[in-house]
Design a protein around this ligand. Sequence first.
Ligand SMILES: Cc1cc2nc3c(=O)[nH]c(=O)nc-3n(C[C@H](O)[C@H](O)[C@H](O)COP(=O)(O)OP(=O)(O)OC[C@H]3O[C@@H](n4cnc5c(N)ncnc54)[C@H](O)[C@@H]3O)c2cc1C
Length: 598
Amino acid sequence: MDHGRLDPDLGPSVGSHRHGDSTHAVAQAVRREAMVAQAAESPRAAQRRVLILGGVAGGASCAARLRRLDESIEIVVFDRGPYASFANCGLPYYVGDVIQDERALLVASPEIFRIRFDVEIRTETEVTAIDRAARTLTVRDVRTGEVRRERYDALVLSPGAAPIRPPLPGIDLPGVFAVRSIPDSRRIRDWITARCAKTAVVVGGGFIGLEMVENLVHRGLGVAVLEKLPQVMPPLDPEMAAPVMHHLTERGVRLHMSDGLARIEQTPDGSVVVVAESGARLPTDLVILAIGVRPETELARAAGLAIGPHGGIATDAQMRTSDPAIWAVGDAAEVHDVLTGQETVLPLAGPANRQGRVAAESIVGRSTQFRGVQATSVVGILGMTVASTGASEKGLARAGIDGFAKVYLHPGHHASYYPGARPIHLKLLFSVPDGRILGAQAVGTEGVEKRIDVIAMAIQLGGTVHDLAAAELCYAPQYGAAKDPVNLAGMIAQNVLAGDMPLADWTALSLTDALLVDVREPDEFAGGKVPGTINVPLSQLRERWTELPRDREVWVTCGVGQRAYYAARFLAQQGFRVRNLSGGFSTYRAMRAAGIVS
Ligand SMILES: Cc1cc2nc3c(=O)[nH]c(=O)nc-3n(C[C@H](O)[C@H](O)[C@H](O)COP(=O)(O)OP(=O)(O)OC[C@H]3O[C@@H](n4cnc5c(N)ncnc54)[C@H](O)[C@@H]3O)c2cc1C
């Protein structure tokens, strides 16, 4: 008898059927008896056979879900690596020694899969070809070189995405690493220890690059980042990335922006020099390549499966490929972006897991659909949290979408009177005039991802800024405010939609003949101001408003936009044509740092 099928720790669907639904239990027992009889004649020969290529996020979740849905299927997972179901997201922290025991990265072993789920995981087994006509895979044992053919009734492709390694001189030198697997991270750890490495250059300032930065700094290395774009964290708009860059610099990370990798040279002492396209030379003990990933589609292409416009395997809402017997999930699959309506590839673990589940449901004949992605993500960088969901402003521009507005706000992560409130820099994008939420980005130290998660859920439910304004969220002084930053974002956007707070665009500063009025107190104004502004503090506005000219528009600003809003409402009711520069001086500083305003 199979231990896995008796294990009380099986997933909820099997457990509840066993205890709750006696009809189902009988049916299952009959099916099992039939299976046992069949197996006695010809073990597994007549069973439906599902093969899964790739045993990590998408593949493993598909396998586990499949078993919970159907005990009669034979499930075999192939992974060419030495481990399946490991935590790739934990790899940077293993390099950084935050996770010290490598075994902690192993989410579930082949043994657990066998005992709990009766799923066979074959590691170090590479799939080398798909024969769609014969419905077979060619697989090669990586250790022995033995080649076999495996038949399938259904095939799931979850091969992931490979780190991009541009064919540049020196890219394969010792000391140049990418991070994808446990052995990769082990090699980096060993290199740091053996060489007593003191410095590292991380090429690429995206998620994985910056997680590596954090962990290398944690290991005590001096770290430089070489990034081709003028900003880190490409999913963010540049002004939202500016505080991240400031934070990195403050923490001693050297940023080489707007400069690509040209080559890597070896020095006689065994260390390397990263040479940038500008000619800058960065001597270092090790190099981490984190310039993005590319969907692993070679096998799918060779098998003639349709490939999408972004180079991923084309899939439908049930994760089925152009071949009805083959599904594709995870980083290799192309999926639908719910905000832009366009196809995209999104290498994140959450979508990969959910897609694996959807594919399993589809394989057993359920109609479950994957609803698409909106790129909800978070990353921690040396004490700073950066999170976003939905479309960015530049993403909307790329997709040719206009008719939207944006607001900036910088509320504390909890009530300002409770000690330790830290600002969250938040940008909200929404469509005009219906207020549908299009995206949000937030940067801060505390409570950042909580706000983005709430907004992410609102987007998934088709929510508007009115829903954010009305949201009932938890509050106690140490966690939030009676008007949570999410409520505030919605209320500010509502004010814009209602015409209560017309906005001025920061990028129009140099073009406008409007009078720029800063309503902060004089000492704040003296500490830094938007060029061309005059200072009329809010505390004096009710006495001094008659000084302002009526024949020009008035653009008001302050520290974060709140006092400017009060001033704007007052002046509007005195008959002025008034606009608020959203986000105040905080946003101006970020815009200037990003080179958007001068
Ligand atoms: C360092 C790092 C940190 C990350 N951090 C985060 C994070 O914090 N949050 C987040 O959401 N996402 C993160 N990700 C991304 C996340 O890990 C991926 O999106 C997710 O693992 C994708 O799942 P997948 O099943 O598509 O591919 P993978 O998990 O990459 O699994 C694919 C597997 O297929 C195997 N394979 C490929 N081709 C073959 C073949 N021909 N034969 C046999 N086996 C094959 C590979 O060896 C691999 O084990 C991180 C990724 C990395 C590398």
